[in-house]
Design a protein around this ligand. Structure first.
Ligand SMILES: Cc1ncc(COP(=O)(O)O)c(C=O)c1O
Length: 383
C-alpha cells in the first residue's frame, strides 16, 4: 500500500475523533492502573473476578514455569500439548460437563477455528448483528457465505432460518462485549433445534461470571453445554489469563483436530499458563464470593446510575455501557475522568456503530462501593 493512502486514513480518523492509539500504563493490577506514578481506578478491564493478580494464580504460574518452562516449544500435535495442557483440558471438561476441549493461543483464534471448522461449505452462517470481530472475520472467509440477523432478535433469526431450511449454522454470544446484553438462550436454542441448525456459542464474557460455579451463560439459562454444538470461551476475561478454548463433544474435537488450522499450525499455549489457568478455574469454581461481590457491584452500579439520572444501556452483566453518541465528546469525558483519577476508555466506531460512542464501564469483584460512588458522582459532574 502506498504511504499516502495510509496518511490519508490517519488524517481522516484524526479529524473524526476516531484515531486509535495505544495507551501504555506502567501497571494494571487488581482494581488499579498505575500510569506515570499516578494510580487510577480501573473501569476498563475484563478481570471480572479479580483472578489476574491473585497470589495463588501467580504462584501457579511461577511453579508451572519452573516445572515445565515458559514456552510449549511446539504446535499441539507435534510436541506442544503436554501434561499441564491435558490437566487444564480435563479440568474444563469436568467444569462444563463436556467430553473434549481444544486449547488455542487466543479466543480470537478459537472463534475462527470454530466457525471456519464447523460450518460446511454448503451451509450459510447466521450471525448476530453485533457479533465479535473474530466471528465476523471468519464469516467473511466462509465459502458458504453468511447473513446477520438483528441483534438478539429471534424473529429475525427465524426468518433467516426459514430461508436457509436445513443448511444453516447459527453463531451468537452469551454476553455481548460492547453492549453487555444477552440473547434469550432457551428460546434461541429451541429455534436452532426446530430448524436443525447447529448452535456455536461465544461465551467469552459469560464464563466464570454466570451460572453455578461460573459455568457460563448456558448453565445460567438452565441449559446443558451440549445445547451448543461447540462452545468458545477464553482465559483472558474472568479467568485473568490469556488464550482461548473450544469445549465440545469428542467427535467434534476429533473433527476439528483434522481441520482447524488455528489449532494445527500454531504454537501451543505456554505450559506455565496452563498450570495457572487450572488454578484460576479451581478458584473460580469454589469461590462463589467473587461472583457475589461482582453481582452486588452490578446492582450498585445500576442504582447509582438511576440516582444520578445517567442512562446506562440495558445490561445485567459486568459490562455497563454509558452511551455518549459523539466520539469527540466520549474522548473528552474519558480524558476528564482520567484527570479525576478514573481510567475509563471511550469505545468508538468502527468497534461500535458510528455515533454510538460510549464509555464502556466494566466491573470487577474487586471494586469497592466507594469506587463506584466516586465514578458516578464524577460522571454526573462531567455530564
Ligand atoms: C466476545 C468476544 N469474543 C472473542 C474475543 C477474543 O478473545 P481473545 O481476547 O482471547 O482473543 C473477545 C475479546 O476481545 C470477545 O470480547
Amino acid at each position: 500500500m502506498r504511504v499516502e493512502v495510509m496518511q490519508q486514513l490517519l488524517a481522516e480518523r484524526q479529524q473524526a475523533g476516531l484515531l486509535r492509539a495505544l495507551k501504555v500504563p506502567q501497571q494494571v493490577k487488581g482494581r488499579l492502573i498505575r500510569d506515570q506514578g499516578r494510580d487510577y481506578l480501573n473501569f476498563s478491564g475484563n478481570d471480572y473476578l479479580g483472578l489476574s493478580a491473585d497470589p495463588a494464580v501467580i504462584a501457579a504460574l511461577q511453579q508451572g514455569a519452573a516445572d515445565y518452562g515458559v514456552g510449549s516449544t511446539g504446535s499441539p500435535l507435534v510436541s506442544g500439548q503436554q501434561a499441564p495442557h491435558q490437566a487444564l483440558c480435563d479440568e474444563i471438561c469436568d467444569w462444563l460437563n463436556v467430553e473434549a476441549v481444544l486449547l488455542f493461543s487466543s479466543g480470537f483464534a478459537a472463534n475462527q477455528a470454530m466457525l471456519l471448522g464447523l460450518a460446511d461449505t454448503d451451509e450459510t452462517l447466521l450471525l448476530d448483528k453485533l457479533s465479535h470481530a473474530s466471528m465476523i472475520d471468519a464469516a467473511l472467509q466462509h465459502p458458504g457465505g453468511y447473513q446477520r440477523f438483528l441483534h438478539n432478535d429471534l424473529a429475525s433469526l427465524e426468518k433467516q432460518l426459514t430461508s436457509h431450511s436445513d443448511k444453516a449454522v447459527v453463531a451468537t454470544e452469551g454476553v455481548f462485549s460492547m453492549d453487555g446484553d444477552s440473547p434469550d438462550l432457551l428460546r434461541l436454542s429451541q429455534l436452532c433445534q426446530q430448524y436443525q441448525a447447529p448452535l456455536l456459542l461465544d461465551d467469552a464474557h459469560g464464563l466464570g461470571v454466570l451460572g453455578n460455579e461460573g459455568a457460563g451463560s448456558l448453565a445460567a439459562a438452565g441449559l446443558a453445554s451440549q445445547t451448543s454444538q461447540c462452545l468458545m470461551a477464553n482465559f483472558g476475561k474472568a479467568l485473568g489469563g490469556q488464550g482461548g478454548f473450544l469445549a465440545t463433544s469428542k467427535l467434534v474435537a476429533d473433527y476439528l483436530t483434522q481441520k482447524a488450522r488455528h489449532f494445527i499450525y500454531s504454537t501451543a499455549l505456554s505450559p506455565a499458563l496452563a498450570v495457572a489457568m487450572r488454578q484460576s478455574i479451581q478458584l473460580c469454581r469454589s469461590e462463589q464470593w467473587r461472583r457475589d461481590a461482582l453481582q452486588s457491584n452490578i446492582s450498585l452500579c445500576r442504582e447509582l446510575a438511576a440516582h444520578y439520572e445517567l442512562a446506562l444501556m440495558p445490561s445485567q452483566s459486568a459490562i455497563q455501557p454509558l452511551l455518549i453518541g459523539d466520539s469527540h465528546k466520549a474522548m473528552l469525558v474519558s480524558q476528564q475522568l482520567a484527570e479525576q483519577g478514573i481510567w475509563l476508555s471511550a469505545i468508538r466506531a468502527p468497534t461500535v456503530p458510528l455515533n454510538q460512542a460510549r464509555l464502556r464501564i466494566t466491573l470487577s469483584a474487586l471494586h469497592t462501593q466507594a469506587d463506584l460512588q466516586l465514578l458516578f458522582k464524577t460522571l454526573k459532574d462531567l455530564l
